[in-house]
Design a protein around this ligand. Structure first.
Ligand code: ZN
Ligand code: ZN
Length: 374
């Protein structure tokens, strides 16, 4: 029944302790009844993969040792084979994301797809290396490969609104775009005329800046230590940019907001410090949106007086509380019309063979979103 050869698939494999990827041939397993095989057209390189590759994420899902692994969780591609009961059919253009939507669990039914009980499962086996060892996929997507096999619940048909868009732009949808723009639209619920601070202007933070501008925020303060990222933030919608090494972010935000603090504060810095800064920069009665997890066992201390008596709400934003169908409808027209600048978010588009250059660019923060074309 298989129309495609799954026996020799080029993939970027990460071995335990390795500081780089190796291009190897993987024999993909047969798809199960609810699995699909997807030919990857383009996949975004994500900094969280570097964390996974370093092996210090503290995620119990990665214990015992899952290596060797194929990483990658945000991609555009085409279904080439579908299990008997899968939601998709061969030929479907699809987006892949890390967060599944089973549609049947308590959380999916409650409209909280971001917490679907199929999230954070132990890494599934996707196939075998030439020497017979099993290869697993933390993130359950394994998009750093020519072909991948995954659950149909992490695969979403591309809506017609996205048909004309470049693969490199669509590759960013399942991670940077839904996480960043979703945090602003779905979680922070920014309103016209309001004030916003974004702490950390990597890909997620800069998508937040763009979404805040789209929703009509009047004051958008971008905080980042890297000058080029502050400059880009100003170009794509920030009204103020702050180097936290020079000015305390809270002082800068108070200056920009009549001494009150921002209506909504977004943490996108990936550090404990960025969480604290987003909280400190947000006004009494405002909303703080947290995206940094740092490590599974990390904890933050926040002033209890402000939490209990000063009305600062703290909201969690796992992948921007995504709903891939709804969010495609909202965000793809913004991309298609050029209302949000997707090119500004792109790093270099490289063949999969050059994934180590993407890793370096991500690790050294010289590119926002490197994209790989298998
Ligand atoms: Zn990601
Ligand atoms: Zn579910």
């Amino acid at each position: 029944m298989s129309a495609v050869d799954r026996s020799e698939v080029r993939a970027a494999v990460a071995h335990r302790g390795a500081r780089e990827f190796t291009l190897e041939t993987v024999a993909l397993r047969d798809p199960g009844p609810r699995d699909v095989v997807v030919s990857i057209d383009a996949t975004a390189f994500c900094y969280s993969d570097w964390i996974a590759l370093r092996g210090d994420s503290g995620l119990p899902e990665l214990d015992p040792d899952p290596y060797p692994v194929v990483l990658g969780h945000s991609a555009v591609g085409t279904v080439v084979e579908a299990g008997r009961d899968a939601r998709h059919r061969a030929g479907d253009r699809v987006l892949i994301t890390a967060t599944p939507e089973c549609g049947e669990c308590f959380w999916c039914r409650a409209g909280r797809i971001d917490q679907c009980e199929q999230l954070f499962v132990p890494p599934p086996v996707i196939g075998r290396l030439a020497d017979g060892r099993e290869v697993r996929a933390p993130g359950a997507a394994a998009t750093y490969a020519e072909l991948t096999v995954l659950r149909d619940i992490q695969v979403f048909p591309l809506l017609p609104e996205g048909e004309g868009l470049a693969d490199a732009h669509l590759a960013m949808f399942g991670c940077g775009i839904v996480s960043g723009m979703g945090a602003v639209v779905n979680v922070g619920e920014v309103i016209p005329g309001s004030s916003v601070v974004v702490v950390g202007c990597g890909q997620e933070g800069l998508w937040m800046v763009q979404a805040a501008r789209m929703l009509g925020a009047a004051t958008i303060v971008a905080v980042d230590p890297i000058a080029s990222r502050r400059a880009l933030a100003l170009r794509i919608g920030a009204t103020h940019a702050v180097d936290p090494g020079e000015v305390a972010p809270r002082d800068a935000v108070l200056d920009a907001t009549h001494g009150r603090g921002a209506d909504t504060g977004f943490d996108a810095g990936g550090t404990l410090e960025s969480v604290g800064q987003a909280f400190a920069c947000t006004r009494l009665g405002g909303t703080v949106v947290v995206t940094s997890y740092v490590r599974r066992d990390s904890e933050v201390a926040l002033p209890l007086f402000d939490l209990a008596l000063r009305g600062r709400d703290v909201r969690s934003s796992q992948s921007g509380r995504l709903d891939m169908r709804r969010d495609q409808q909202r965000f793809l027209p913004w991309l298609a019309s050029g209302a949000v600048d997707a090119d500004a978010m792109l790093g270099t588009v490289r063949p999969l063979e050059r994934i180590d250059d993407a890793l370096t660019a991500s690790r050294t923060r010289t590119e926002l979103t490197p994209v790989l074309v298998p």
